[in-house]
Design a protein around this ligand. Structure first.
Ligand code: NAP
Length: 259
């Protein structure tokens, strides 16, 4: 007869991020701001990063816990390194780095997508995440967590969003590759792939009847993602309960990829 499974005295708290030092890019508004609130209200220290200082300061002022503000561009390798060093200087280390900054500047087919627009989307959404991960890996130790904000469009593209979809599909490959590379350091790498959330980035879709119909028609739960639906996925992956989860994509999409 085989041995019974070992039952631990204590299970790690699911989504417990209290005391963790968390960098969030694209935290000046939208989903990044939302996730910053969730982490801060759960007792984490949150370093906020985006280009617009006014937005970051206003988010920082509204958070209950300790914050840092780093104003700059995720495409800038030196800036990412400076965020890592600055967080270590202030808080002694980085436990979680959420590469969330993203853009979707155009809805157009390939002939109407200028090469510069393609490059900008890939630069911000994909290269920016790589540069953040690179800076994070240098300062993180065993137990470190890298989380990328992907998108269901990385798996099921919509017309006119090829650049965005390519960048988000690329993030999945990047996360899987880095999960292998960083496993020896005890750092996990995962993607949270939101479906369609009501946020400034999604305004073009929420206000377009035809697109709305398409999106909600494909969403099993028949509604847009709401503020309370998303942050738990990030908190789970950041918590000790997810220590054995790496190289995965956690879709938070109301079943968009099922229908
Ligand atoms: N909203 C949705 O329904 C949805 C669904 C799936 C995935 N997503 C993903 O979720 C993430 C956040 O989206 P969101 O809807 O919250 O967008 P959002 O409201 O437009 O916010 C984007 C944030 O990223 C920052 N950012 C943009 N470019 C940057 C750069 N080059 N360097 C540093 N920061 C930059 C912006 O601030 P600055 O402009 O001041 O820099 C802002 O704080 C994105 O990766 C997006 O692809 C969103």
């Amino acid at each position: 007869m085989s041995e019974p499974i070992e039952i631990p005295d204590v299970f790690p708290g699911v989504g417990d991020v209290s005391g963790k030092r968390v960098v969030i890019t694209g935290a000046g508004r939208g989903l990044g701001e939302l996730v910053a609130h969730a982490f801060s209200r759960s007792g984490a220290k949150v370093a906020l990063m985006a280009r617009t200082e006014r937005d970051l300061k206003s988010v920082a002022d509204a958070l209950p816990g300790p914050t840092l503000v780093f104003c700059g561009d995720v495409r800038d390798a030196d800036f990412n390194e400076a965020v890592a060093d600055g967080t270590v200087l202030e808080w002694g280390g980085v436990d979680v780095w959420i590469c969330n900054a993203g853009i979707s500047p155009i809805v157009a087919g390939p002939l109407d997508t200028a090469p510069e627009v393609w490059r900008e989307v890939i630069d911000v959404n994909l290269t920016g995440a790589f540069l953040g991960a690179r800076a994070a890996a240098r300062v993180m130790s065993d137990g470190g967590r890298l989380i990328f904000t992907g998108s269901v469009l990385g798996e099921r593209p919509c017309k006119g969003l090829a650049a965005y979809s390519a960048s988000k599909a690329g993030l999945v490959g990047l996360a899987k590759g880095l999960a292998l590379d960083l496993a020896p350091l005890g750092i996990t790498v995962n993607v949270v792939a939101p479906g369609w959330f009501d946020s400034p980035l999604a305004e073009a879709w929420t206000s377009n009847d035809q697109l709305s119909e398409f999106i909600l028609g494909h969403t099993a739960l028949k509604r847009w993602g709401q503020s309370t639906d998303l942050a738990g996925a990030f908190q789970f992956l950041a918590s000790d309960a997810a220590a054995f989860v790496t190289g995965t994509v956690l879709n938070v999409d109301g079943g968009y990829l099922l229908v």
